[in-house]
Each structure stands twice: as C-alpha cells, then as structure tokens.
Design a protein around this ligand. Structure first.
Ligand code: GLV
Ligand code: MN
Ligand code: MN
Length: 424
C-alpha cells in the first residue's frame, strides 16, 4: 500500500525531531550521561543549536535574563495576539533525552510544518532554562520569571558551590537587572506544552496521546536530622544518637504511609549522612522529601502526618529535626477550552484521546497563574522517565505533530479562543 506523501513527510519530520533530541543530549555537564542544570555551560551550546534551527525559518531567537530561549513567529497582523508553545531544556542528573526537550523540539517542528503560513495569532516558542529544581533545590525558575515571580528571595538562593541565582545569571553572561523584561507579553492568549507522559498510563491503554486536565500539587521539603557522631565500635547500642538510624525509621514510615493513601506519592530522593565513614555513627543527615497529590487537602494532611511521626521519632531517639519548605505548589487545573481542543485535535488526527492528571510538575502549572494553559502528553514506553532509558516512539511523535497541526488550525478557527479577555 502506498503511503500518502504528506504522511511520508511527517515521518521524516518525526525522525528529525528525534535526531535533534539526540543532538541536544550531547550538551551535558557530565561526560558519562546527560545532566544539564540551570545556566550550566552546556546550555550555551543548546541555545546556539536551537538558534541555528530557527534561522532558516527567518526567526531570530534571544535569551532572556533568566536564560530562557525565546523565538517569535509573527501572526497574520502586526498586532496579532500570541500563543506560547514551549517546555524546558534543563535536565535531572542521569537524564533521558526527552523530558522537556521534546516539547521544545516539537514546537519548532510545528513551525517548520507551517512553511511560512501565518495564523491569527503569533507563536512564541520558549525553551525554559529551569524546571527540574536540581541546581538550586527549587524548580520552575525559568517560568517564574515569565509570571513575574523571580523575586529577591528566589534570586538569593545558593547552589552547592555557594553561587546565588543572581551570580549564576551574571556568570552565564546575562543581566539580572533585566529580569522584569522576561515577563509574559500582555497580548498572550495562552500557553501550550507538549511533553512525554513519564508514566505508564497511555502505554497500558495502548493510546499514543493524551490531553492533561490537571497537574498534581507538590510539597518539597529539606530535612536536617541532628544526632551525635561517636565511635562505631565503642559506643553501646543503647547510648547512641544515630541521625541516620532515625532518618531511616522515618523514611520507612514515609513509604508505608504513602502506600495507604490512594494517589499519594511521597519520595525521599536525596540523602547525605555525615561525617560519612564506616566506623563513625552518623551525627547529621540531610534528606529531601517530595509529596504529591491531586487534592491539596490530602497532600497537606499527609505532610502534617509525616511531620508528626518525624517529631515522635526524634524525641524518642534523642535527636532533633529541622524542616524547611523548598516548594509549596497547589494542584492546577488546565484550561478547559484548550484541553477540549487538544482532545478534538487528537481525535482529528486519527487517535483516541485520553484525559489524565499529570503526576509530574510542568512549566504549564506556573504559566497557568497568568494565562490559559494546556498540555498534550505523548506515551512513555515502559513508563520510564528521569532515567537514561526514557524514550518515545517515532510513530507517537508523528501523531503528536499531526495533532499539533490540527490543534493550531482549530485554535485559529476558534472565536472563543481568539476572543478571550487577555489576562497576562
Ligand atoms: C519534574 O520533572 C517533576 O515533576 O519533578
Ligand atoms: Mn519535564
Ligand atoms: Mn523532569
């Protein structure tokens, strides 16, 4: 059976998308594996590569003061309002090639598919500099600047080398005094993000694409257990104040408690024990806790219960415990109109859409504070993400390109979308 030429072209486009994700994965802080944190040197290479892809389309890109790459494709009229399409370019340590990156690369592929055709809205592509929260412990630095929340408290945070966000911005060659210029333009109609699902739902349903109706809320905490370091051979078991044993008891409780609450995810993702020698009782432990649920009430209650058990454990063991909140992010519904249009676009492209909640955080949850925001998910083979084995199927990328084009056409025809009062 002969394949219609449009779909043949789309397969080539999808291949290009995957090849570009491979290419960007070469820009890493680590020689073994992919790690590209906020404003790290390889982000310069990433920006240069993206700028080179945009140039043949006649699009100049610029990097704003927090390191987001931004590119503007004009609409039919000079005063057409704009639709933002984007995702993030930073990664976790030992990352896959697609989390965030695929969304930026797909957005560029959509512009290429347009072949110069204009819409009643301009399209601004954004490659966010930071979403994962790896370097400074707090996520969404890039998108926070767009909604006007890159405040002094954020900019004064320091990384593990004692460098503040403000200093990191200067070291990258940017001007922190210009952060307010990164804010969303007042003519922004909405924000759209393509992203891999990062979980097993679509694969189980045997569907390639989904519309995201909500993103779960998150609490991220830093915990510091303090005990007393002492000799591992001479200190009797009953006379110890072992910070790591206390932290471990609490971590085990975190897992068993989360198992009892439907939909709750609670993770201790990093741990540091000091002084860190086989023959020394640990006197100090620092860990992080990440708690997520679609209901803010359930999440807050769980955090209170975990805190209560932490207090009980440290009292009993003669330890002390300090907490600090790194992130308190409410669950966020996506824009209903855009989500319905995404479902319809997926259906028009020949796939059965699924509606789902995202367990991962996304820039869309920050943008939605100011503009209607929506997301399309692509199936994640094996449900694997935040790991080098993260992948995406060629045919799903092809389907996402087709659905993306359908979506842009639908939004261009939607009086409701174009006529909405702008909130940015
Ligand atoms: C981002 O990937 C997050 O959900 O932590
Ligand atoms: Mn992501
Ligand atoms: Mn991620």
């Amino acid at each position: 059976m002969s394949v219609p030429s449009a779909s043949k072209d789309r397969k080539i486009r999808a291949r290009d998308v995957l090849a570009r994700c491979d290419l960007l994965a070469r820009f890493s802080e680590d020689t073994m594996g992919l790690r590209r944190t906020f404003l790290s040197p390889p982000m310069h290479n990433c920006h240069a590569e993206i700028a080179a892809w945009l140039k043949p389309l006649g699009i100049e890109s610029k990097v704003d003061a927090v390191g987001n790459i931004r590119a503007f494709y004009p609409g039919i009229r000079p005063d057409s309002p704009r639709l933002l399409i984007g995702s993030h370019l930073d990664t976790v340590p030992e990352a896959g090639k697609y989390d965030g990156i695929l969304g930026v690369v797909l957005a560029i592929a959509l512009l290429e598919e347009m072949e110069g055709r204009r819409f009643p809205f301009a399209i601004e592509i954004v490659g966010f500099s930071e979403e994962e929260g790896v370097r400074f412990g707090v996520p969404f630095i890039g998108s926070r600047a767009l909604v006007g929340r890159a405040d002094d408290e954020l900019l004064d945070l320091r990384d593990w080398n004692g460098i503040s966000i403000r200093e990191a911005i200067r070291q990258f060659g940017l001007d922190d005094r210009k952060i307010s210029e990164a804010k969303l333009a007042g003519d922004t109609l909405g924000y759209l993000e393509f992203h891999i699902e990062q979980g097993p739902v679509l694969e189980k349903l045997n569907r390639p694409l989904a519309a995201v109706e909500a993103i779960v809320g998150q609490t991220r905490l830093a915990l510091h257990f303090l005990g007393k370091a002492n000799h591992a051979g001479t200190t009797p078991m009953g006379a110890r104040h072992d910070a790591l044993a206390g932290a471990s008891e609490w971590m085990t409780f975190v897992e068993s408690h989360a198992n009892q609450i439907a939909g709750l995810a609670a993770t201790v993702g990093s741990i540091e024990a000091k002084p860190g020698a086989a023959n020394v009782i640990p006197g100090e432990v620092r860990i992080t806790l990440d708690v997520r649920h679609k209901s803010d009430e359930v999440r807050s209650r769980a955090v209170r219960e975990l805190a209560g058990r932490g207090a009980e454990i440290v009292n009993r063991r003669g330890l002390s415990l300090q907490w600090s909140t790194l992130l308190e992010q409410s669950a966020v519904p996506m824009d209903d109109l855009m989500t319905r249009e995404i479902e319809a676009a997926i259906r028009n492209s020949g796939c059965e859409p699924h509606r789902m909640t995202s367990g991962a955080g996304h820039d869309a949850m920050i943008l939605s504070e100011r503009v209607p925001s929506a997301m399309m998910f692509l199936r994640s083979p094996g449900g694997i993400s935040h790991d080098p084995a993260e992948t995406v199927l060629l045919e799903d990328v092809e389907a996402a390109i087709e659905a993306g084009i359908q979506l842009l056409n639908r939004l261009a025809d939607s009086k409701e979308f174009l006529g909405r009062t702008q909130r940015a």
